[in-house]
Design a protein around this ligand. Structure first.
Ligand code: FAD
Length: 275
């Protein structure tokens, strides 16, 4: 079995997710899979972007296509303005983020980006004292329910962040049932402003122009971060189909609607076991 990746490391989007404060455990997930590749003697070919001709020439009997996604770019006047950046550039630290920021799109990635850019200091996932302070937990005196009753201390952000969505639903409705409320609460405590029912009109030097409740509203921001969803990246799969090579889609390339690595890993493992 051979595993190809165009990137210099395994993991695809998990390499973005692991940089979000609170998701540091994904480093361990990646370390585990990297080790398993050696344990099971899988030939790993990194920095290798494959195409159908190459796979056909090498004579593989089956190809599992896990090429992931492409970020969706909304059609909007000013979308190529220098103040508009993609979540990938922000998470990878390739583009600077100003003090006043609008995030377009409040799905899982929008929330993660809000967390990243409003976060100050150590991550509570890496330091138990920070975690205890953030949630008002007293680990020493064991008061009733473990909580001290004092107001949790969350390090304030020096950025003004607007997290926006077009839908009129409350923000964060699609986040995990057991953890979604914690993300909303933390961002609220840091002063991130959550706005629904936003119609995006254009971006220009003045900022992000919108219409909310039929009223024009300008957000005078320095940076607009686009988190407007993802579409499956299937060009390799389509090429393979055309070349008559047996191929199966898994993960984000199969369905990009939600952030769901569990489904991607399950699909790939089930398929690999059956091949
Ligand atoms: C910020 C962020 C946070 C997330 N948080 C979570 C979370 O908390 N929980 C969760 O379940 N999911 C989360 N996700 C989603 C999760 O990362 C994805 O569901 C998962 O990575 C999908 O895996 P995949 O293998 O389908 O595709 P991807 O991870 O997108 O990987 C695709 C890989 O294919 C490679 N590739 C593409 N074309 C070629 C080619 N022609 N040749 C060779 N290689 C190629 C790419 O280099 C890439 O490494 C998050 C994603 C992001 C961006």
């Amino acid at each position: 079995m051979t595993l190809f990746d165009a990137g210099s490391e395994i993991g695809g989007q998990f390499n973005l997710a692991k940089r979000i404060p609170g998701k540091e455990e994904f480093y361990e997930t990646l370390r585990y899979y990297r080790k398993m590749i050696d344990v099971h003697h899988i030939a790993l070919r990194l920095n290798t972007r494959v195409d159908a001709a190459m796979l056909k020439q090498e004579g593989f009997d089956e190809v599992i296509v896990a090429t992931g996604i492409e970020p969706r770019t909304p059609e909007l006047e000013g979308i190529h303005h220098p103040k508009v950046v993609s979540y990938i550039d922000v998470i990878q630290g390739r583009k600077p983020v100003g003090k006043r920021v609008a995030i377009m799109g409040a799905g899982g990635i929008g929330f993660d980006v809000a967390e990243l850019i409003s976060h100050e200091g150590k991550s509570g996932a890496l330091d138990i004292d920070v975690f205890a302070r953030e949630w008002g937990i007293d680990f020493k005196n064991h008061p009733r329910g473990g909580v001290t009753g004092v107001v949790p201390q969350v390090a304030a952000s020096d950025r003004t962040v607007y997290l926006m969505q077009r839908k009129t639903d409350p923000l964060g409705k699609t986040l995990g049932r057991t953890t979604g409320w914690t993300h909303r609460m933390v961002l609220n405590r840091r002063g991130v402003r959550m706005i629904n029912g936003v119609e995006y009109l254009k971006v220009d030097d003045a900022g992000l122009h919108t219409r909310i409740n039929n009223e024009p509203q300008l957000f005078e921001v320095d940076t607009v971060i686009v988190c407007a969803g993802q579409t499956p990246l299937r060009s390799l799969y389509d090429e393979l189909q055309a070349a008559g090579v047996k191929a199966t889609l898994v993960g984000g390339a199969f369905e990009a609607a939600e952030l769901d690595a569990k489904r991607a890993i399950n699909q790939a493992s089930t398929l690999a076991a059956a091949v």
